[in-house]
Design a protein around this ligand. Structure first.
Ligand SMILES: Nc1ncnc2c1ncn2[C@@H]1O[C@H](COP(=O)(O)OP(=O)(O)OP(=O)(O)O)[C@@H](O)[C@H]1O
Length: 266
């Protein structure tokens, strides 16, 4: 089931969003302070910043895994809870979180099973998704028979199986070697282009953020704030040649300096 969104609706609208953990206790942590961010459908947004600046917290607020302490947050114009019920997003984490005792195809089918698709529909859709991530021949394999990069591709196939309008990714390639990571970056851009999904991507890597994103959200810690939003007009489609462009290096330097400034404020 596709998440139906009118083209004019923002994918994400965050206005004055605050998140304080352990409010009014001695362990109080201001994880996010006055976050204002709007994301249009089809954008590729990276969240970047040092450890503890609230990147995962922002993603978890969007996914309705936690709720804001104050402020207004809408997903496709809806409350996060409603967006969750409507399955507006799929999620991919750093660890592939696949069920080792289920075949690759059965892992991709899992959300469809929960949503009540019949067996034939599930199998057809899982095969389409596995073809998309170039694992069409691996449906009968088990996750433990696949490399880390292949397992993450299965996670992406599963997250997109029910055609969500948003894909939330929390350091999905952080555990992969540099070479696999660069290949996965290119695969992800191809999938983004094919599906037109809106991506929100958490990363520690400046190079990854610049290669992938149409905009980069720079954050600083204690309290977690957005300190800059960088437009990235490097042309798509991007490929290995993109990484050699002078504009690519300029953008990497720009983001690095913004991160350094954000840290110095701390
Ligand atoms: N459930 C929680 N209870 C208390 N504090 C929390 C909780 N979750 C996160 N925090 C705190 O909120 C702040 C932001 O954490 P968050 O995990 O969002 O940062 P991050 O930028 O994703 O970090 P990293 O890059 O290390 O994953 C941190 O200070 C963290 O300790």
């Amino acid at each position: 089931m596709a998440a139906i969104t009118s083209p004019s609706t923002l994918a994400i609208s965050a206005q004055h969003v605050n998140k304080i953990f352990n409010l009014k206790t001695e362990n109080e942590v201001v994880a996010l302070e006055n976050v204002n961010l709007t994301i249009k459908p089809g954008e590729f947004i990276s969240l970047i910043g040092p450890s503890g600046c609230g990147k995962s917290t922002l993603l978890r607020l969007i996914a309705d895994l936690i709720t804001p302490t104050s402020g207004d947050l809408k997903i496709n114009g809806k409350e996060p809870h409603q967006a969750r019920l409507d399955r507006d997003y799929g999620m991919v984490f750093q660890a592939a979180t696949l069920y080792q005792w289920r075949s690759v195809s059965k892992n991709v089918q899992l959300p469809l099973e929960i949503m009540g698709y019949n067996r034939e529909e599930r199998q057809k859709r899982a095969q389409e998704m596995l073809d998309m991530v170039e694992l069409g021949a691996f449906g009968k394999h088990y996750p433990w028979q696949l490399s880390g990069g292949m397992q993450q591709r299965v996670s992406i196939a599963r997250a997109l199986a029910f055609n969500p309008s948003l894909l939330l990714m929390d350091e999905p390639f952080g555990a992969l070697d540099e070479f696999t990571r660069e290949r996965m970056n290119m695969e992800l851009l191809r999938i983004w282009d094919e599906t037109q999904v809106t991506v929100i991507f958490v990363t520690h890597s400046i190079a990854e953020a610049v290669f992938l994103s149409s905009r980069i959200v720079v954050m600083s810690p204690r309290p977690g704030r957005i300190t800059a939003i960088v437009n990235n007009d490097l042309p798509y489609p991007r490929n290995n040649d993109t990484r050699e462009l002078p504009q690519y290096f300029e953008k990497v330097t720009e983001v690095r300096e913004l991160l350094r400034d954000a840290h110095e404020v701390d």
